[in-house]
Design a protein around this ligand. Sequence first.
Ligand SMILES: [Zn+2]
Length: 107
Amino acid sequence: MHEAGIARSIAAVLRGRDVAGRRVVLHVRGGHHGPDEFEAALRLHLEIEAPDLELTSFEIVHDPVPRFCVGCGAEFPAARPEDPCPRCGGASLPLLDREQVEVEIAG
Ligand SMILES: [Zn+2]
């Protein structure tokens, strides 16, 4: 499962840092799943992969990614897969196929 691999990478990055009590922001870009579905799966896998990080608060941010409209071919940035094409209102596909996650340690 894709989310398990991402959770493992995040856990590996965070283990080397002192993140206790800090806010960790996960920037998610791309992917076919609904963001809520992806977020739920990622949180579940993070708990499994890194139970020691339970006190760390994770904030998951969905950054806009380039998508293209299947109706008219327009390219536009959108954070969520269900965002319609601004030109024709059609459905779109991501130019980034799988989710990419960037870890930011804030605050
Ligand atoms: Zn369109």
